[in-house]
Design a protein around this ligand. Structure first.
Ligand SMILES: NC(=O)c1ccc[n+]([C@@H]2O[C@H](COP(=O)([O-])OP(=O)(O)OC[C@H]3O[C@@H](n4cnc5c(N)ncnc54)[C@H](OP(=O)(O)O)[C@@H]3O)[C@@H](O)[C@H]2O)c1
Length: 251
């Protein structure tokens, strides 16, 4: 990880769960992390929690990334700090909804956050890496559900967004390869992780039974991120799967 010391990262959804753990670990590895989310107090608390000898830090950046101008501003702030070396597209949400009910507020919320926000973040992130001649790394946090179809009701639209992230990730890889870029891109596909995402939706999801199992922790995903970023330039990690012991395929 030493080659990333002093470099700048952007992590979306850094106020909670997986994004918070990734931002913290990157800062502890010596990176300056532009930590993006809407809840400013949470970001300030994260910034204050960092203490390390490698000089890394958290730069809180309050933004709603479903608003294009705010997503762009977050990446441009990182650009002004020396250019984006690492871009972690992590912010996401799940809303349970039956496909045939057409609850468009839930469809829109998930697609705007989980999928459409990637557009400006990827565009500005790649632009910054190119302008600063950085062979950077993009990490998209998707889900194990991007690799199959759910059997139980209510999750199909969420899964559709994560399938979209998978296809978009491969699109970025193809386009970067076509122009001979050394920028790398990886999709992380976790199974169920013990975070507040299940309570954050309009209708909370009961995961109390799941919580009796050895669920993944946000820190496990952060370690995966560290592993991916530690690989040498010749190594490509297209997808990084993590599931908790005892889980089924789509958990
Ligand atoms: N937990 C799981 O079981 C699991 C499994 C597989 C994949 N994932 C994926 O992992 C990612 C992170 O999930 P998590 O479980 O860590 O969720 P979480 O604990 O609910 O955290 C979500 C983060 O996204 C941020 N966010 C939400 N809306 C935003 C917006 N409009 N603009 C900017 N930031 C926004 C939240 O911050 P603010 O509310 O402060 O804005 C928060 O920091 C998601 O993409 C999720 O789909 C999760």
């Amino acid at each position: 990880m030493d080659r990333w010391i002093g470099k700048t990262a952007v992590v979306t959804g850094a106020s909670a769960g997986i994004g918070r753990a990734i931002a913290k670990l990157l800062a502890e590895n010596g990176l300056t992390v532009v930590a993006v989310a809407r809840r400013e107090e949470r970001l300030k608390e994260l910034a204050a929690s960092i203490s390390n000898s490698k000089g890394g830090k958290i730069v809180p950046f309050t933004a709603d990334i479903t608003k294009e101008d705010q997503a762009v501003a977050a990446v441009r702030h990182a650009d002004s700090l020396g250019g984006v070396s690492v871009l972690v597209n992590n912010a996401g949400a799940i809303q349970l909804t039956q496909t045939i009910n057409g609850e468009m507020d839930k469809w829109r919320h998930m697609f705007e956050l989980n999928v459409f926000s990637l557009g400006p973040l990827l565009r500005e992130g790649v632009k910054s890496m190119k302008n600063h001649k950085i062979d950077g790394h993009i990490i998209n946090v998707s889900s194990i559900s991007a690799h199959g179809l759910p059997m139980d009701g209510g999750k199909h639209i969420y899964n559709a967004t994560k399938h979209a992230v998978r296809v978009i990730t491969e699109g970025v890889r193809a386009e970067l390869t076509a122009i001979g870029s050394k920028i790398k891109i990886t999709m992380i596909s976790p199974g169920v992780v013990d975070t507040e995402i299940f309570e954050a939706g309009l209708n909370p999801i009961d995961v109390s039974k799941m919580r009796t199992l050895p669920m993944l922790k946000s820190e496990d995903i952060a370690l995966a991120c560290q592993h991916i970023l530690s690989t040498p330039p010749n190594v490509q990690v297209p997808t990084y799967f993590l599931k908790f012991r005892l889980s089924y395929y789509l958990q």
